[in-house]
Design a protein. Structure first.
Length: 40
């Protein structure tokens, strides 16, 4: 399903995310990181 998340402004700027664009967020628990992937 879909849900809304708030991401840091630096992350949005880094992937050039515009308002309303869709993205995938992957949580890597072992590496303790979050991966943002823009859907085109």
């Amino acid at each position: 399903g879909s849900f809304m998340v708030t991401i840091p402004k630096q992350a949005a700027d880094a992937i050039d995310l515009k308002s309303g664009e869709r993205m995938k967020v992957l949580v890597d628990k072992e590496g303790k990181r979050i991966i943002y992937q823009k859907l085109t």
